[in-house]
Design a protein around this ligand. Sequence first.
Ligand SMILES: NC(=O)c1ccc[n+]([C@@H]2O[C@H](COP(=O)([O-])OP(=O)(O)OC[C@H]3O[C@@H](n4cnc5c(N)ncnc54)[C@H](OP(=O)(O)O)[C@@H]3O)[C@@H](O)[C@H]2O)c1
Length: 251
Amino acid sequence: MNFDLKDKTALVTGGSRGIGLEIARSLLNEGAKVILCSRKEQGLDTAAAILENPKNLTTIPVHIGKADDVDALFATIEEKFTHLDILINNVGMNLITPGIADLDPGLWQKIIDTNLSGTFLVSRKAALMMRTQGYGKIVSLSSIAGRKATPGMGIYGIAKAGIEMMTKVLAAELALFNVQVNALAPAMVKTEFSKDFWSNKELLDHVTSTIPMGRIAEIDDIVKPVLFLASDGSSYITGQTLVVDGGATAI
Ligand SMILES: NC(=O)c1ccc[n+]([C@@H]2O[C@H](COP(=O)([O-])OP(=O)(O)OC[C@H]3O[C@@H](n4cnc5c(N)ncnc54)[C@H](OP(=O)(O)O)[C@@H]3O)[C@@H](O)[C@H]2O)c1
C-alpha cells in the first residue's frame, strides 16, 4: 500500500519494539524521516540495526513522562529537522492493578504519568510546532480498555480514555491550523506487552471467543490503519478514534 510519506518527518514514541517498531519500519519504507524514542538506549540500538533505510532514522533515548526529557527531544527535533509532520503517540505501559478501592496512589501515578501525562507532554510540544507550520498529523494509540472496564487494567483504561478525550480536544483546538488529531483503539495485539495473555492457551481461547474474526491482531493489522491516519488520505478526519478489534466491540 502506498501512503506517500516521502520527505515527511515523523516522531514515533516507544518505537524500540512491538507496534512502534513496525510503525517506524513502515514510515521509513514510505520515504519518511523517522525519529524513534524510548527509554533504553540498547533497545534503540537493536531497533536501528534491524530497520531498513537507517540513514533516515534518528534514535533518541527519552522517558516521555519526564518533562525535561521531552523538552530536550523537541529541542533536537527543532534544531535538526526544523519541522515535524507526524507524531505517533505509541508509548503505553500496563501493570496489573487491584481495584480502585485497594490501589496504592503511587501505582496510580506511575501508570497515569507514562500513559496519559507522557502523551500530553509530547503532544503539547508537537502541537506548538504543527500549529506554527500549518500542517500536522497526530495519531495516538489507545485501547479498547479505554472504552470498556477491564478487570486488572482499570487505571490503564482510565489513562486510555483520557487519551481519547485529549484527541478530541486537540483536534478541535488545531482544526483551523490544518492539523488532524486521531487515535486508534486496538484489542489484544500479539506483542511482548500482552504476551502473558496470548501465551496462555486458556486465556487466548477465551479472548478469541469474544472476537467475531476469531483471532487476536497481528502487529500489521494495527500498522496499516495508523499509516492511513498519518497520511493525507485522512485529511478530512479529525477527533476520531478508530477501533481496530476484529469486531470485538461490535457485539
Ligand atoms: N499489545 C497489545 O495487546 C495492545 C493492545 C491495545 C493497545 N496497545 C497499545 O499499543 C501501544 C504499543 O504497544 P506494544 O504492545 O507495542 O508495547 P510494547 O511492546 O511494550 O512496547 C512499548 C514501547 O514503549 C517504550 N516505552 C515504555 N515506556 C516508555 C516511556 N516512559 N518513555 C518512552 N518510551 C517508553 C518501550 O521501550 P523502553 O522500555 O526502552 O522504554 C517500547 O519501545 C501502547 O500504547 C499500548 O497501550 C497495545
